[in-house]
Design a protein around this ligand. Structure first.
Ligand SMILES: *[C@@H]1O[C@H](CO)[C@@H](O)[C@H](O)[C@H]1NC(C)=O
Ligand SMILES: *[C@@H]1O[C@H](CO)[C@@H](O)[C@H](O)[C@H]1NC(C)=O
Ligand SMILES: *[C@@H]1O[C@H](CO)[C@@H](O)[C@H](O)[C@H]1NC(C)=O
Ligand SMILES: *[C@@H]1O[C@H](CO)[C@@H](O)[C@H](O)[C@H]1NC(C)=O
Ligand SMILES: *[C@@H]1O[C@H](CO)[C@@H](O)[C@H](O)[C@H]1NC(C)=O
Ligand SMILES: *[C@@H]1O[C@H](CO)[C@@H](O)[C@H](O)[C@H]1NC(C)=O
Ligand SMILES: *[C@@H]1O[C@H](CO)[C@@H](O)[C@H](O)[C@H]1NC(C)=O
Ligand SMILES: *[C@@H]1O[C@H](CO)[C@@H](O)[C@H](O)[C@H]1NC(C)=O
Ligand SMILES: *[C@@H]1O[C@H](CO)[C@@H](O)[C@H](O)[C@H]1NC(C)=O
Ligand SMILES: *[C@@H]1O[C@H](CO)[C@@H](O)[C@H](O)[C@H]1NC(C)=O
Length: 871
């Protein structure tokens, strides 16, 4: 019984114990639960409702609430992590009333206000306090000596000010101290050197008082990360730094450290990354760096380092070597190329010289190659893109020569090419123009040659193509218009010819178009409406002709317009006065007419000089504009003179009797039309009236006839009731020769009509009369400056060359003279008057002999014929 009773008692006691244990668990969690709810309701502002689950539920268990973690053994809240939930409020110190809480992280929210030491003292049992990236202000709080457990303290990215309190040197267990990116303004205190457990020491980006790096830093034997970038450090790097045998990342960049890099740095035997850029370090790279067998990245750019890159350092298996913006010199050891890890090589802005390592790129996945602004010579290494990883090929401002290696044409990974200002020559590998990821292609100021392939359309990501100052030639392929991302095109100072593809106006992101100093011809495209971002248009010193499109005046961003040194004609469009230009140049063209009032200011004068026929009433060296009525009268006079002279020459040539035309036709008209025309003789005959006569000559009269649709033609009506032989010969000759040729420099015969005793020839109308009249007429050649004369001579020569070389059988005009060269409204010449022309059927026994008759007007006979005639 007793035994049984005692047994029952034991069971009871056990049950009681279990019950009480459960109650204590519930009480414990119940307490945590109440604290959490109380903090949520009383201290947190949660506009996004991130903590909406934090509500009373039946079992009062908060363990799976957002951000709450419990110890699975003890059923107690061990961590609260409310990172990045959009919460605000003051520091919710009441969370620390949860005695089992170890980690409190409130990072990335909008907590504000200051941290009070007395509130913080509740949290002395914490192991981790992460308040980074909030809006805390004020002094850093003192931490009482009770914070013996604290391992991680992250207060970075807030607005804490002032000094680092002395209590920060007394955390016995602190492994991580992160105070980066605050507004701390004292100096970095030496007592931090007492934190012997530290692995991460991160105080960078604070406006500390300028002071040296404390030598006590060397005491932190367990340190793995030392991040003191942008901390106003000055003076030398302490020798003690070499004692940091566990250090993996050393970042002292963006300070004012001076003196030499201590040789002791070779003691950082675990170091993987050294960043010393943006300081004032001098001297050479210590050889001991070569001992750092774990080092993968070395960046000492933007210092004043000198000396050479040693063989030993060059042989290190670094992933990244950056020596930019220093004063290094000498050659790069070839051994650098055998580094199997090398991905980034940056040597920009030093005085390195000699040949680049020949095998660079052959043994590693080189991505980033920047050797610009040095004194390198010889060729670019041909294996740079051997592993097809190269993204940046940057080598501008050197003295590199030779041609671009053919293999670069297959470097599909390339996005930046900047190889300008070298002595590179030869043709560019054709694939190089069509690399699919290429964004920047800058090759200006070399001696590269060849033409742009149509496949340039494949370089779909191209933003900038700068190839000025080379020897590129040929036409600009219209495929370039498919590169819609283009912002800047600079093809200036090459030998590009042909027309500028009209479709370039479709490049609606274009900001700069520079084509100056080429040999481009044709007209300036006028459909420029989509050039809404264009700031600069430079077409200077080419052979553009036609009118300046007035649409240019609508470009909203245009600041720089240079069309000087072309063959542009017509007036200066008034619309251009709408532009607000910093640079404006239309000089040395063939513009004529009145300068728009907006440009009639002295400071525009140099922008329009060299256009002989511009006039203005108030711009001094320009002639005043004559009244419009007088001007037209003047033209009438000139035309009349032309007509008279034309008549004279016709008389001279044909020496035939004058007869009126218009008798009844005795047999039906024979009509031949030589061009596709929309009129016939019925439209013309009524117009052959006295008032339409513009000339008369030996073989007939010339009329100017305006047809129904406004088209103007010239009609030559040959004399004669009785057909004399000469007149008949002239008619036949014109019909046979002119009727079968098509050339832009030869007058077009549109239609011929012949009846029994009358004949009529219809030509295109030449508004500017004959070249002879222009030269010797009333104006005495005043309208014709030398470039225009040259253009007329060239045009006429092209017409004749066509007759001689391209016509089968060849045609000899036999009366080439200025009076037989007519000028259209744009002063383009047409060879005319084929009345004496002869078709050369070069059969055996025929040839020079068949031309023994002296034909044409004296003074214009070929010298050989004169000689023969004298004999
Ligand atoms: C955790 O939360 C889910 C719903 O969010 C709920 O179904 C589950 O019962 C909770 N578990 C505990 C242990 O509270
Ligand atoms: C607290 O943080 C430390 C360091 O990040 C971590 O190792 C530990 O697991 C965390 N403890 C809890 C309970 O979350
Ligand atoms: C909170 O909500 C705002 C607006 O609804 C949103 O912009 C913000 O990203 C949210 N923040 C978080 C942490 O969810
Ligand atoms: C603090 O929290 C943020 C956000 O979760 C995190 O990125 C950061 O690494 C944490 N700090 C430390 C020292 O763990
Ligand atoms: C904290 O921010 C709230 C608004 O989010 C503001 O009302 C309060 O004044 C701020 N507190 C401090 C101390 O700046
Ligand atoms: C740092 O530690 C040394 C001894 O290791 C001690 O003398 C000194 O007072 C400590 N400094 C601070 C500020 O605690
Ligand atoms: C360098 O540090 C200063 C503060 O000392 C900071 O303002 C600046 O942004 C930093 N520059 C870079 C490139 O990090
Ligand atoms: C490190 O480099 C220095 C100088 O190059 C050399 O004297 C030394 O033997 C190397 N090895 C170690 C372990 O320091
Ligand atoms: C080249 O480096 C020197 C010295 O660091 C610097 O003064 C200069 O501005 C740099 N030149 C260029 C073009 O960056
Ligand atoms: C480049 O080298 C030439 C001759 O080798 C020398 O005259 C010149 O000063 C050097 N230029 C630079 C920038 O180092």
């Amino acid at each position: 019984m007793t035994h049984l009773r005692s047994k029952t008692c034991t069971v009871f006691l056990i049950l009681l114990f279990l019950f009480l244990h459960c109650v204590s668990l519930v009480v414990s969690l119940g307490g945590d639960y109440e604290i959490l709810i109380r903090v949520k309701n009383g201290q947190l502002d949660d506009p996004n409702g991130s903590l909406n689950h934090w509500v009373s539920n039946g079992d009062s268990n908060p363990c799976n609430w957002t951000g709450v973690n419990c110890d699975p053994q003890k059923f107690a809240v061990s961590s609260i992590d409310l990172s990045v939930l959009g919460i605000s409020g003051g520091f919710p110190f009441d969370f620390c009333r949860i005695q089992t809480l170890q980690n409190l992280s409130l990072s990335g929210n909008y907590f504000n206000g200051s941290l009070q030491s007395q509130h913080l003292s509740l949290c002395s049992h914490l192991r981790l306090l992460n308040l980074s990236s909030n809006l805390f202000v004020g002094q850093l709080p003192e931490f009482s000596q009770e914070f013996t457990e604290l391992e991680v303290l992250d207060l970075s990215n807030n607005k804490f000010t002032g000094d680092i309190p002395a209590s920060f040197g007394q955390f016995p267990s602190l492994r991580v101290l992160a105070l980066t990116a605050n507004l701390l303004s004292g100096s970095i205190p030496s007592f931090l050197g007492n934190l012997s457990e530290l692995t991460r020491f991160e105080l960078g980006c604070n406006p500390f008082k300028p002071s040296p790096l404390l030598p006590e830093i060397g005491n932190l034997k367990k340190l793995e990360n030392l991040w003191l970038a942008g901390s106003n450090l000055n003076g030398h790097i302490p020798n003690s730094i070499g004692k940091l045998v566990s250090l993996k990342n050393l970042d002292l960049s963006n300070n004012s450290l001076s003196g030499e890099i201590p040789g002791s740095i070779g003691g950082l035997k675990s170091v993987e990354e050294i960043k010393l850029y943006e300081n004032q370090l001098s001297g050479g790279l210590p050889e001991s760096i070569a001992n750092l067998t774990s080092l993968l990245r070395l960046d000492v750019s933007e210092n004043s380092l000198t000396g050479k890159l040693s063989e030993k350092i060059a042989a290190m298996p670094l992933i990244c070597l950056s020596l930019t913006d220093n004063f290094f010199e000498g050659e790069i050891p070839e051994v650098l190329a055998s580094n199997p890890n090398l991905q980034q090589l940056k040597l920009f802005n030093n005085s390195f010289s000699g040949k680049l390592p020949e095998n660079l790129g052959k043994f590693s996945d080189l991505e980033d190659f920047d050797v610009s602004t040095n004194n390198f010579t010889d060729g670019l290494p041909k294996f740079l893109c051997y592993r097809k990883k190269l993204q940046h090929l940057i080598a501008f401002n050197n003295r590199l020569s030779g041609s671009l290696p053919e293999s670069y044409g297959e470097c599909d990974s390339l996005s930046y090419v900047m190889i300008e200002n070298n002595e590179l020559s030869g043709a560019v590998p054709s694939g190089f123009w069509s690399l699919p990821l290429l964004e920047f292609l800058e090759m200006h100021n070399n001696r590269l040659e060849g033409s742009l392939p149509r496949s340039i359309s494949l370089a779909r990501h191209l933003n900038k193509i700068l190839i000025s100052g080379n020897d590129f030639n040929g036409e600009i392929p219209s495929e370039i218009c498919q590169l819609n991302g283009l912002l800047v095109i600079d093809f200036s100072k090459n030998r590009f010819s042909g027309e500028l593809p009209t479709c370039v106006t479709g490049l609606n992101n274009l900001q700069k178009l520079r084509m100056q100093d080429n040999m481009l011809s044709g007209e300036i495209p006028s459909s420029v409406g989509s050039w809404t971002d264009l700031t600069e248009l430079n077409l200077a010193r080419n052979r553009f002709s036609g009118k300046i499109p007035s649409e240019l005046g609508n470009l909203p961003m245009l600041k720089y317009l240079d069309l000087s040194g072309n063959l542009l004609s017509g007036g200066i469009p008034v619309a251009l006065t709408k532009l607000k230009l910093n640079e404006f140049n239309l000089s040395d063209n063939k513009l004529y007419g009145k300068v728009p009032p907006g440009f009639s200011k002295d400071w525009y004068l140099s922008s329009i000089l060299g256009n002989k026929e511009l006039c203005s009433s108030n711009l001094n060296p320009l002639p005043p504009c004559s009244k419009p009525k007088l001007a037209s009268l003047y033209i009438v006079v000139i035309l009349a003179v032309c007509a008279v002279l034309l008549l004279g020459s016709l008389v001279w040539i044909f020496k035939t009797k004058c007869h009126a035309f218009g008798g009844k036709s005795k047999r039906p008209w024979e009509i031949i039309s030589f061009q596709r025309i929309a009129f016939n003789e019925v439209d013309i005959i009524p117009q052959l009236k006295e008032e339409n006569v513009i000339g008369a000559g030996g073989s007939g009269r010339v009329y100017r006839v305006t047809l129904k649709k406004g088209q103007i033609v010239a009609v030559k009506r040959l004399w004669g009731d009785t057909i004399n032989l000469d007149s008949e010969a002239v008619f036949r000759s014109e019909v046979e020769t002119l009727g079968r040729i098509r050339h832009s420099n030869i007058l077009k015969l549109l239609l011929s009509c012949s009846g029994e005793d009358r004949r009529m020839l219809v030509y295109e109308y030449m508004a500017n009369g004959s070249f002879g009249d222009m030269l010797h007429g009333e104006k005495g050649g005043g309208l014709l400056d030398w470039p225009r004369r040259l253009a007329i001579a060239l045009g006429a020569a092209q017409g004749l060359a066509y007759l001689h070389h391209d016509c089968v059988p060849a045609i000899v005009h036999r009366d080439v003279k200025s009076n037989n060269i007519l000028l259209d409204e744009e002063w383009k010449p047409r060879v005319a008057d084929f009345g004496l022309a002869k078709t050369l059927h070069l059969e055996v026994g025929e040839g020079a002999g068949s031309m023994s008759r002296v034909a044409g007007s004296y003074g214009y006979i070929a010298p050989a014929e004169i000689t023969r005639n004298k004999q």
